[in-house]
Design a protein around this ligand. Structure first.
Ligand SMILES: [Zn+2]
Ligand SMILES: [Zn+2]
Length: 425
């Protein structure tokens, strides 16, 4: 029988890497605390309708990428492809709009999209998501951008650049949409198939096509920022003028940053990080003042961002950012003669109960092999117990960093280890 492997587009994050993810999530939690966000734990699956209405039927995500199935109760269920729609659903479901505004929420966890797997892109991927709900003020947009920038700064990322645009509102976007369609229409036949199919339903998306041919064709296309209504213009100016105050001095307006759906309004932004010239987006965010209504709620303005943990870790590794150290055992207890194994197990138990980490051999390996294993685990100290030590009521302790060795009375050994650990911090 053939061995079963993980499904295509998924992968196991093993111990040599998972601690880095935990580190990133820890820093996310600290930033959330410092900016006043509270954490919500949301279901991984939702009613399909939440996403078809909350992301939009005309998007690639809803059309082609969702993991949708009928459950045993005959409901159409979808594994969440993103978090914003769930956040807004939760906010409405729990009447958070009735309390003081805004409400600042964050969450993290796996998302699912049926995409073509490639390096750094998986069908199950982990994201962290921050949202400010109930505030229409451009200060909330600024704070969202600041939150993401601060997160990356604390993670040690450099070469951060903010790309920003406004996608307008249902008042000014249709006018821009027509202008853009007129611009594209003349040479529509020269665009790629995807762009041609988007032309009617979602022409703004033609601007973010990655194909060079299409990019060349839209190089001199009209820009949304030139078609904003007074309200959207004022909002955009307030956000962009605030960017330098939060240390985003080289923020750049990017006309290709679009979303093209009516729920997304005003601010759209990305943050690039990595080597200059080959920077990748580590986060995407923006405002969605009409999303709550789209999913059947009252009008609730909202703004937020999402960031992929995998991409953050890859960027940190690429930039040599500090992530702390891989977790290591404090103490490894070596069994010097087979008869001492129970005594070793008792010592390991005591060490752990005292709040230190410890491990031992369970495979009856030779002492020499145990010593080798101890050093490969990164243990700071090694305790040695054999028949001689049991007879003498002692334990041998070796400091793996200095090579220093001593014999300690069995009764005081845990206190002695705690003392050493304290000194060696
Ligand atoms: Zn507008
Ligand atoms: Zn195209």
């Amino acid at each position: 029988m053939e061995a079963i492997k993980a499904p295509r587009g998924t992968r196991d994050v093993l111990g040599d890497e998972s601690w880095k993810w935990a580190y990133v999530l820890k820093v996310c939690g600290e930033v959330a605390r410092d900016f006043g966000y509270s954490e919500v734990l949301l279901p991984i699956f939702e009613h399909t309708e939440l996403f078809s209405r909350g992301i939009g039927d005309a998007t690639d995500v809803v059309e082609k990428e969702m993991y949708t199935f009928i459950d045993r109760g005959d409901r159409s269920i979808t594994l969440r492809p993103e978090l914003t729609a769930s956040m807004v659903r939760s906010y409405l479901e729990h009447d958070m709009n009735r309390g003081p505004q805004p409400v600042k929420l964050w969450s993290s966890g796996p998302m699912f999209r049926y995409e073509r797997p490639q390096k750094g892109r998986y069908r199950q991927f982990q994201q962290v998501d921050f949202e400010i709900l109930g505030a229409a003020n451009p200060l909330a947009d600024l704070e969202t951008i600041d939150t993401s920038m601060e997160l990356y700064r604390r993670l040690g990322l450099t070469n951060l650049q903010v790309l920003i645009n406004s996608v307008g509102c249902p008042k000014c976007r249709p006018i821009y949409r027509e202008a853009l369609k007129n611009f594209i229409a003349d040479r529509l036949g020269e665009f790629c198939e995807t762009c041609q199919s988007r032309f009617d339903r979602n022409p703004l998306r033609v601007l973010d096509c990655k194909k060079q041919g299409c990019r060349d064709l839209t190089e001199s296309a009209p820009a949304m920022v030139d078609s904003l209504c007074d309200e959207c213009r004022g909002h955009f100016d307030a956000v962009t003028s605030g960017l330098s105050r939060i240390g985003a001095n080289d923020a750049r307006v990017d006309n290709r940053l679009v979303r093209g759906l009516d729920y997304y309004t005003k601010t759209a932004y990305e943050i690039l990080a990595g080597e200059l010239g080959s920077q990748n987006a580590v986060c995407g965010g923006g405002r969605y003042d009409n999303l709550a209504e789209a999913i059947g709620g009252p009008h609730v303005p909202g703004v937020g961002f999402a960031s992929g943990i995998e991409r953050i870790v890859i960027t940190m590794e690429g930039q040599g950012a500090h992530m702390g150290a891989a977790p290591a055992i404090d103490i490894y207890a070596v069994t010097a003669s087979p008869g001492a194994c129970t005594e070793v197990a008792a010592l390991v138990h005591e060490i752990r109960a005292a709040g230190m980490s410890a491990d031992m051999d369970y495979m009856n390996r030779a002492m020499r092999v145990q010593m080798k294993h101890a050093s490969s685990t990164g243990a700071r100290f090694v305790c040695i117990i054999g028949e001689d030590e049991i007879a003498a009521g002692t334990v041998g302790i070796k400091d793996m960093a200095s090579g220093e060795q001593e014999s300690s009375p069995r009764s005081g050994v845990v206190a002695r280890l705690a003392e050493w650990k304290e000194v060696s911090k």
